[in-house]
Ligand binder design. Structure first.
Ligand SMILES: C[S@@+](CC[C@H](N)C(=O)[O-])C[C@H]1O[C@@H](n2cnc3c(N)ncnc32)[C@H](O)[C@@H]1O
Ligand SMILES: [Zn+2]
Length: 267
């Protein structure tokens, strides 16, 4: 594992403790915390901070994100199809790139990267920089890995982690991006605080998610999706407040239907 990646990883149980690679020298070491002794396996190149967590509840959104047929169809079919009534995926991707204002050599963390559909777009603009894609779903990460190899994006490292057990060091990323994840995460104030902590001063957080719909049809769909799959829908103010409470400034956002893309800066 490259030193540039290792220095960005911390033990999720003991904040600010660097991990030591153990085992045979090579690309896939197990990572061990010198403070609490916890060890984190490496799944063929993917450091795993989750381990053997309980299987997600059947038909929950996380169950779907680990269900092979859906993982297979996610990028080309599922994501564009479920996004279309509420937003526009191409708009989300374009505005995200504009807000991130990427340049060669920057270091970026892509949260809830799924199959790497956004992550791959950042590879060329960040030539010479480091990208980490993180997700809870191992099947999604395996899919991402395959796609990265196919397009030869060799500056991206994948990590399996739960954003609630943050394994990233302080002030080590210039950019943090999160598309399609905020409405799924528990304890959002903690997630915003973790993102803020891991950004350098002047670092930018860009996120995209979905707001509450007014009409009966879309409102009804959203209520059903919340009850059945645990999604939440935001008021734009709510996201801005989360960002400000975490210490961000320079809030900007744009909306398309219920889709929202925002940017916030760590001063
Ligand atoms: C809808 S997909 C988004 C994928 C991609 N970023 C996109 O916009 O298309 C949501 C992803 O969030 C991941 N996820 C959900 N809860 C998570 C958590 N607590 N920590 C890390 N990833 C999580 C899921 O595994 C899934 O891959
Ligand atoms: Zn530890």
């Amino acid at each position: 594992m490259k030193a540039r990646i290792l220095e960005k990883l911390d033990c999720p149980k003991c904040t600010d403790f660097k991990l030591a690679p153990q085992g045979q020298a090579g690309a896939c070491p197990e990572l061990v915390c010198p403070s609490c002794g916890a060890s984190y396996p490496n799944r063929e190149g993917i450091p795993d901070f989750v381990g053997t967590a309980a299987a997600p509840r059947t038909f929950s959104s996380q169950w779907a994100m680990e269900f092979s047929p859906l993982v297979f169809l996610y990028e080309r079919l599922w994501r564009p199809m479920v996004t279309a009534p509420f937003s526009s995926l191409s708009w989300e991707m374009e505005l995200t790139s504009e807000y991130l204002s990427l340049s060669p050599g920057l270091e970026l963390l892509d949260l809830a990267c799924g199959p790497g559909n956004f992550t791959r777009r950042f590879s060329k603009p960040l030539a010479g920089g480091t990208l980490i894609g993180v997700d809870l779903s191992l099947p999604m990460l395996r899919r991402a890995e395959r796609e990265l190899r196919r397009v030869g994006a060799d500056n991206i490292t994948l990590v399996r982690a739960d954003v609630s057990r943050w394994p990233f060091a302080r002030s080590c990323f210039d950019r943090v991006h999160c598309a399609g994840g905020l409405h799924l995460f528990p304890a959002l104030p903690d997630v915003f605080a973790s993102i803020h902590r891991s950004l350098v001063k002047g670092g930018i957080f860009v996120g995209s998610t979905y707001c509450v719909a007014e009409g009966a049809v879309k409102g009804g769909i959203q209520k059903y999706v919340s009850a059945a799959h645990g999604f939440r829908w935001f008021r734009p103010d709510e996201l801005r407040e989360l960002a400000i409470d975490a210490g961000f400034e320079g809030w900007e956002h744009r909306m398309k239907k219920q889709g929202i893309v925002f940017r916030a800066v760590k001063r």
